[in-house]
Design a protein around this ligand. Structure first.
Ligand SMILES: Nc1ncnc2c1ncn2[C@@H]1O[C@H](COP(=O)(O)OP(=O)(O)OP(=O)(O)O)[C@@H](O)[C@H]1O
Ligand SMILES: [Mg+2]
Length: 230
């Protein structure tokens, strides 16, 4: 039994008051252990984004519970959720979502600053993470001066720098060519191993899916496979 991330009987209905309600998730129960490298796959519309958003407290479930390290996230106020996100959860999105007016380094340090860390600590940590991801020569550039693959590495650095327990990544390689995608996944895997951060990502790409050691497949809002392999 893991007490790291517990997802219990999560259901999500969109437009419940309208005539055509959409059931995006049905009764999802999953356990994720600390340090796992997990993939969510399944056809378009199967509920991957919805589930990641609910795990990260970006969206509410219609019913069910999410617990992170024993703490119930479901039903918390927006204030409490945003503080849990800031301290414990990193996000990586398909479209990178870097702040365009900040340099790579400022993007990487943004959440650390919100956490109240000193400038020295932010500098040291952003440089450490940038080195691990091979982007230390790019940190003074603005996002629009970087390629897609470079921007996504900055986004990965930004997610991992504040030392979250959990990183959620929704199709992080969807906009990358296959070589860049493979290299990004190798880096995420290395961060997972080196820093022990639990990573859950979604993907459609068999090569990317194959990197994970815990594979969860959704279909029509239900878990149809849930397997761990070494
Ligand atoms: N805000 C919304 N309002 C209404 N329906 C929604 C909303 N967001 C998602 N849905 C519906 O919920 C279901 C699950 O969507 P979701 O985006 O989670 O799928 P997905 O697996 O991430 O798909 P993709 O691979 O295309 O990203 C779909 O039927 C979708 O149309
Ligand atoms: Mg999606």
């Amino acid at each position: 039994m893991s007490d790291f991330l517990e997802i219990k009987q999560i259901s999500k209905k969109f437009q419940p008051d309208k005539e055509v309600e959409v059931v995006a998730l049905r009764d999802i129960t999953l356990e994720i252990e600390q340090g796992e490298f997990v993939v969510l796959s399944g056809p378009s519309g199967s509920g991957k984004t919805t589930l990641l958003n609910i795990i990260g407290g970006l969206d509410d479930a219609s019913s069910g519970e999410v617990k992170l390290s024993g703490q119930m996230l479901t039903g918390l106020s927006e204030n409490s959720l945003s503080s849990i996100r800031r301290e414990h959860i990193g996000f990586i999105f398909q479209a990178y979502n870097l702040i365009p007016v900040l340099t790579a380094r400022e993007n990487i340090e943004y959440v650390m600053k919100l956490q109240g860390r000193s400038q020295q600590e932010c500098n040291d940590r952003s440089l450490e993470v940038a080195k691990k991801l091979g982007i230390e020569t790019l940190i003074n550039k603005l996002p629009n001066q970087l390629s897609g693959g470079q921007q996504q590495r900055v986004a990965v650095a930004r997610a991992v720098a504040p030392t979250p327990k959990l990183i959620l990544a929704d199709e992080p390689t969807a906009n990358l060519d296959s070589k860049t995608a493979a290299s990004l996944m190798d880096m995420m895997q290395k961060l997972n191993e080196d820093e022990g951060v639990t990573i859950i990502f979604s993907s459609h790409d068999p090569m990317v899916i194959g990197k994970a050691r815990h594979s969860i497949i959704l279909k029509d809002g239900e878990v149809i496979a849930n397997e761990r392999h070494s």
